[in-house]
Write a protein that binds this ligand. Structure first.
Ligand code: GLN
Length: 194
């Protein structure tokens, strides 16, 4: 029998509850991560939700989570960042001097769709799997990606989902839709040992 996968959902700020709900629908166990003690035992994967990346970066550092999580990411723990979570994982932020985990070989642009397109919904192909709903909320996009990064989706010519080894990122928010495709993809990264 397959054991239940436990995914830690970083819950210092933002849309963590929606990720927990989607993981539950897929039969995975979700654990909210608020403090260092929530990381033992180490979950099978981690999700960084959408929200506000600057606030999240600050809260992660203050709580001591940042220093615990960085080596886990570098050590190959599967991680998935949505929106602000993508900004936290990005190696470079085009329009911000800050850096957070800087683990992934991508450059992102924050709040990249401007005011008028601050929030919008579309559908697009994800990872060659098929159309998924893509809900963007003051989203970043990936303006450039290194050679080891696999592009998984684009919208309007811009990269909106990508994967590099154990790291998955999306500009959009699958957790606010009823379609669990992207979370299934992440769970398969975990079960395949990423
Ligand atoms: N623009 C936000 C940031 O860079 C992310 C928005 C979101 O996660 N919905 O922090």
């Amino acid at each position: 029998m397959n054991r239940t996968i436990t995914v830690g959902v970083v819950a210092v700020q933002g849309a963590f509850a929606e990720h927990c709900r989607t993981l539950g629908k897929l039969g995975a166990s979700a654990k909210e991560i608020r403090s260092v003690s929530d990381l033992s035992p180490t979950p099978d994967g981690l999700i960084f939700p959408g929200g506000e990346s600057t606030a999240q970066g600050k809260l992660l550092r203050e709580s001591g989570l940042f220093d615990m999580i960085l080596p886990l990411i570098k050590g190959g723990l599967p991680v998935y960042g949505t929106c602000a979570g993508m900004v936290l994982l990005a190696g470079r932020i085009e329009n911000d001097d800050r850096k957070h985990f800087a683990a992934m070989d991508i450059t992102v642009r924050r709040n990249a769709y401007g005011r008028q397109l601050g929030s919008f919904m579309t559908t697009g192909d994800f990872a060659g799997i098929g159309d998924v709903p893509m809900y963007f909320i003051r989203a970043p996009y990936i303006s450039s990606a290194g050679k080891d990064v696999n592009v998984l989706s684009r919208w309007d010519g811009k990269i909106t989902a990508a994967r590099e080894a154990n790291m998955l990122v999306t500009s959009f928010h699958p957790e606010v839709t009823e379609d669990p495709t992207v979370h299934s993809y992440f769970l398969s990264m975990i079960s395949q040992g990423h």
